[in-house]
Design a protein around this ligand. Structure first.
Ligand code: ZN
Length: 220
């Protein structure tokens, strides 16, 4: 995996980490985040940033958070899918999403090195597009290489919901949001998702809301 040394300017910005999650319309969400060197990853500043991101993600709560969402344009994201988040879903919904608990972990400088071209389409949301959701096609499986919080090289082959989380977070590090990939006419407030759509299978939702795709196309 390529590694480049980011300028100290970006590391300095860690001092200005946001207390609130950045919302769509803020430029940092549309920038390409900068890679970190191994030395930078193990620095106190980045370790503090990771700790802050973990707390922010858990408080939200969310299953993933990328550094641009706390205002920092660096290639760091945290992921954790806890069993307690699955209570609202039926066993059938969990199984069609291939959703299982994922322990907390940190991904730095991640790269998708291969993606399964089978698409899966489900409603997805983002802490930076608060209050909304839409059906987003994602690759069913991805292989990702990254560095962990100790700057050690890792490779993961992820399927289902975990693969979706990885694609969503890695998009953040490229300045891409799910609204760029969503089926546009399925875009809904969370309130209306609860009222009308959440229990319908995706093909039924798509049939009722004839929908095109955002300009990024479906997959990674
Ligand atoms: Zn997001």
């Amino acid at each position: 995996m390529a590694e480049s040394v980011s300028s100290g300017v970006y590391l300095e910005q860690v001092n200005q980490v946001g207390l609130q999650i950045t919302q769509i319309g803020e430029q940092v969400l549309r920038e390409s985040a900068h890679q970190l060197s191994r030395e930078e990853i193990v620095s106190a500043k980045i370790q503090e940033l990771i700790e802050h991101m973990r707390e922010t993600m858990r408080n939200a709560p969310g299953v993933g958070l990328a550094a641009p969402q706390v205002g920092i344009p660096l290639q760091v994201a945290v992921i954790e899918d806890r069993e307690e988040y699955h209570k609202k879903l039926t066993p059938g919904q969990l199984s069609e999403r291939q959703r299982q608990p994922i322990p907390f972990h940190v991904i730095v400088n991640p790269r998708i090195i291969s993606a399964d071209n089978t698409g899966l389409e489900f409603f997805e949301g983002c802490l930076s597009v608060a209050g909304y959701s839409a059906i987003v096609p994602r690759a069913r499986a991805v292989t990702v290489e990254y560095l962990d919080e100790h700057a050690e090289s890792k490779r993961v082959e992820a399927v289902g919901w975990y693969a979706r989380i990885l694609q969503h977070e890695i998009d953040h590090l490229d300045g891409v949001l799910y609204v760029d990939r969503m089926r546009t006419s399925t875009f809904t407030t969370l309130e209306n998702l609860e009222r009308f759509w959440k229990d319908l299978p995706t093909p039924d939702v798509l049939a009722k809301l004839k929908s095109g795709l955002g300009n990024r196309g479906p997959y990674v």
